[in-house]
Design a protein around this ligand. Structure first.
Ligand SMILES: C[S@@+](CC[C@H](N)C(=O)[O-])C[C@H]1O[C@@H](n2cnc3c(N)ncnc32)[C@H](O)[C@@H]1O
Length: 251
């Protein structure tokens, strides 16, 4: 299979394709951290609700912005667990010993994601909270005001910092700069990257619009990003290449 593989001279490498297939071609033991935001396959109690368009599942009604389609967000719970364990196993192989893993999830999916992380061989170390002050109020019940990151390491943690990092990050969604339906704020990603070795290589197998990559650029880390959607791949390429030159292209 031919796939696009762009390498820029600013330390950014972007691969277009299905992450599971692409990951299988990457060499073992060479990245310093895995930080990723996969499709959650969340958003409902019934199969039909889960298979709904992510633009309806994850956007507040009345929101006017439209984004390119987000792919792969429609798995049932059993296939989600099997699939997540497969790509997380590949990430485990590609990571150096002691590397941290951070995987986004929501309240519905965090139990299955912690199972998948451990099934793939990672040592589960905790859950980090992203508090979103802009979450919509919900009459008569608790506001869904947070998303979560499963934190794990490949065996014994090789610490990248002596600092004590917080377990809760409060950060608003940056709507004007958002290029992806479920895009994460770059300042949040910069804060989270404090867990990753300075100057190291960060892998994101579901890069979307490239927020993790931008945070890597801004903090002096290298980045390997994978995306299935050609539209988001082009958006991320434009955001991350900046003025830098492509070193090698389209395999
Ligand atoms: C939650 S979004 C990531 C958003 C990203 N963190 C950002 O801030 O822009 C997940 C991305 O994974 C992509 N995706 C879904 N299935 C995929 C697969 N099998 N391989 C690679 N990318 C996939 C989707 O198209 C989507 O852009």
């Amino acid at each position: 299979m031919t796939r696009t593989d762009r390498v820029f001279d600013n330390g950014i490498r972007l691969l277009l394709g299905d992450s599971l297939a692409v990951l299988r071609d990457l060499p073992g033991g060479h990245v310093d951290a895995v930080v990723t935001d996969p499709p959650y396959s969340s958003g409902g109690q019934s199969t039909a609700a889960r298979k709904a368009d992510p633009a309806n599942k994850y956007q507040q009604s009345g929101t006017k912005r439209t984004y390119p389609a987000m792919l792969g967000d429609n798995k049932d719970q059993r296939s989600f667990l099997a699939w997540a364990a497969l790509w997380l196993s590949e990430c485990w192989r590609i990571a150096k010993d002691g590397s941290p893993l951070l995987v986004f999830s929501d309240w519905r999916q965090i139990p299955v994601m912690t199972d998948a992380v451990q099934a793939a061989g990672w040592t589960w170390r905790g859950v980090v909270v992203w508090e979103k002050p802009s979450a919509r109020p919900m009459q008569g019940q608790f506001r869904a005001q947070a998303e979560y990151l499963v934190f794990a390491t490949k065996g014994r943690h090789a610490r990248a910092t002596d600092r004590c990092l917080p377990g809760v990050f409060r950060q608003g969604v940056d709507t004007p700069r958002k290029v992806h339906l479920t895009g994460k704020p770059v300042p949040l990603m910069r804060d989270l990257l404090k867990i990753a070795r300075p100057g190291g290589v960060v892998l994101d197998p579901f890069m979307g619009g490239g927020s993790t990559g931008l945070a890597c650029l801004e903090t002096g880390r290298s980045f390997i990003g994978i995306e299935l959607s050609p539209e988001y791949y082009e958006i991320a390429s434009a955001r991350l290449a900046g003025e830098s030159a492509e070193k090698s292209g389209g395999a």
